[in-house]
Design a protein around this ligand. Structure first.
Ligand code: NAD
Length: 507
């Protein structure tokens, strides 16, 4: 039985419950739509360039205070944020489904990721340590100290509307930095909701400076203003490679730091010894999950000729049977594309694949009664004679290109022969193949997995990719270092002044 959901009404109820003022999302100049129904659900007020500059100045003032608060105390604020997120999980997860079109478990999963990074950051707040280093000079001590960096600008994409903010904000804040967030213009409401949740944590925390976290609603011009402002020390920008190609050089021009988390064109290799049942499930989730709109979505699949005729028909069967539909009303596994532009991009790529000799199954629009401006599609699986044309590019939609291979060295070459370098997988029970895939001459991606899919990373590891994916790392491991500045300190506690490298300078 399906229930009918009034998307606008439910949006309003959630925003009210989470404490987002109506004035922030009604009567403004920027319309916001739900991909679930295609309808307008809010009108937000955008900020001007002058307001952006004022917000950055205010964040800089907050920095001067916050950097002096002991890190474990800063961690306490993030602990409270984690508690508030736990309390708001159902509502915020639902809002992610409304605004980004994710199925229920993925909407909730995104909020869980926010909670997980808060837990991680709380522990980290007592572990921001540097090294002590052996010095060549007697009576000296050499060490590293890590200091807060400054205002952190966050630019985020529509497809992880809240998790990306939390990966950056939780770490930035325990590292002593305020954040200024420019969310995607396609998902501003979840940003306002996250900010409201943060403010609840802030109220419980008490003594924190004003403007520790701010949200700037607007289009890319607001992102550009963040990128160009001299008081923004680091910009963490998540989005397309096109965006990164614009943002990266602008930041480099003023020697600002960047974390660039850009597009992916992720591949999997299925070897002769692979556990095909396991591979099938991993491929299906990796390629069709989130309607192919994850940066880590599986887009290219190389299957060994000895298992091709067994695996590919099973995959096609899974594609033909997958449920596509309204994520608020049904338990469908595949929700909508974000908008018409995404649908057009998908159709264009499929036409180009056909022109390259591709054999396309799926890809057609799925009608949803009464939702003519929502774009639901059957995920497409395309058998390609070789890796060419659209296979070399990221199309942000559920298209899986499948290619047959016979030689392991050659398939590794093909695997790495694309611009992006985010995520990768191999399915094999052969240790020589799996180790080779993870070796220096194996996968060239920032994420290389064995017997699991390309998507669904945990927050404990550093997340990001190489080449046109931008080279940034966020989340776990030592990604925190990007949010701090390192000072090398040498202390002389002797009564002499020996110079390094044996240099003499006696005056
Ligand atoms: P997008 O590039 O269109 O927009 C992303 C953000 O950048 C938005 O907030 C946008 O306003 C802003 N922006 C665009 N041009 C800008 C400019 N010149 N200066 C400053 N800001 C600018 O991306 P999208 O369609 O929202 O998201 C999909 C893309 O994001 C895909 O390519 C996907 O692979 C990528 N993505 C990457 C990761 C990752 O971690 N590597 C994660 C999620 C999404």
């Amino acid at each position: 039985m399906t229930k009918t959901v009034d998307v606008s009404q439910e949006t309003a109820a959630i925003l009210d419950k989470l404490g987002v003022a109506r004035s922030a999302w009604t009567g403004g100049d920027m319309a916001s739509f739900s991909p679930v129904s295609g309808e307008e659900i809010a009108r937000l007020k955008t900020v001007s360039a002058a307001e952006t500059a004022t917000a950055i100045e205010a964040a800089h003032a907050a920095f001067k205070e916050w950097r002096l608060v002991p890190a474990p105390k800063r961690g306490e604020l993030i602990r409270l944020l984690g508690e508030e997120l736990r309390a708001a999980k159902e509502d915020l997860g639902r809002l992610v489904s409304i605004e980004a079109g994710k199925i229920t478990s993925e909407g909730l999963g995104e909020v869980q990721e926010m909670i997980d990074i808060c837990d991680f950051a709380v522990g980290l707040s007592r572990q921001l340590y540097g090294l002590t280093i052996a010095t060549e000079r007697p009576g000296h001590r050499m060490m590293e100290t890590w200091h807060p960096l400054g205002v952190v600008g966050i630019i985020s994409a529509f497809n992880f509307p809240v998790a990306v903010w939390s990966w950056n904000a939780a770490l930035a804040i325990v590292c002593g930095n305020p954040v200024v967030w420019k969310p995607s213009e396609k998902t501003p409401l979840t940003a306002l909701a996250s900010q409201a949740i943060f403010e609840r944590a802030l109220a419980r925390f008490g003594a924190a400076p004003k403007n520790l976290s701010q949200v700037l609603i607007g289009d890319r011009t607001i992102g550009e203003a963040l990128v160009d402002h001299p008081k923004v020390a680091l910009v963490s920008a998540t989005g397309s490679t096109r965006m990164g190609k614009e943002v990266g050089p602008r930041l480099a021009k003023r020697f600002a730091r960047s974390i660039l988390e850009l597009g992916g064109n992720n591949a999997g290799i299925v070897c002769p010894s692979a556990d095909l049942d396991m591979a099938l499930r991993a491929i299906a989730f990796g390629a069709m999950g989130t309607a192919g709109q994850r940066c880590t979505t599986l887009r290219r699949l190389f299957v060994h000729e000895s298992v091709y005729d067994e695996l590919v028909p099973r995959l096609k069967k899974a594609y033909a049977s997958v449920s596509v539909g309204n994520p608020l009303e049904t338990s469908a596994l595949v929700g909508p594309l974000v908008d018409k532009l995404a649908f057009d991009g998908m159709q264009k790529a499929l036409a180009a694949a056909k022109a390259e000799g591709g054999n396309v199954s799926g890809g057609e629009r799925v009608a949803e009664a009464g939702k003519e401006t929502a774009y639901y599609v059957k995920p497409a699986i395309v058998e390609m004679p070789k890796q060419a044309g659209p296979v070399l590019e990221e199309t942000f939609a559920p298209i899986l290109y499948v290619m047959k291979y016979s030689d392991f060295d050659a398939v590794l070459e093909d695997h790495n022969a694309v611009g992006a370098g985010l995520s990768s997988s191999i399915f094999t029970l052969n240790m020589q193949e799996s180790e080779r895939f993870l070796a220096a001459d194996g996968s060239d991606c920032g994420i290389a997995n064995v017997n699991i899919g390309t998507s669904g990373a945990e927050i404990g590891g550093a997340f990001g990719g190489e080449k046109e994916t931008g080279g940034g790392r966020e989340s776990g491991s030592d990604a925190w270092r990007a949010y701090m500045r390192r000072a090398t300190n040498t202390v002389n506690y002797s009564k002499a002044l020996p110079l390094a490298q044996g240099v003499t300078f006696d005056i």
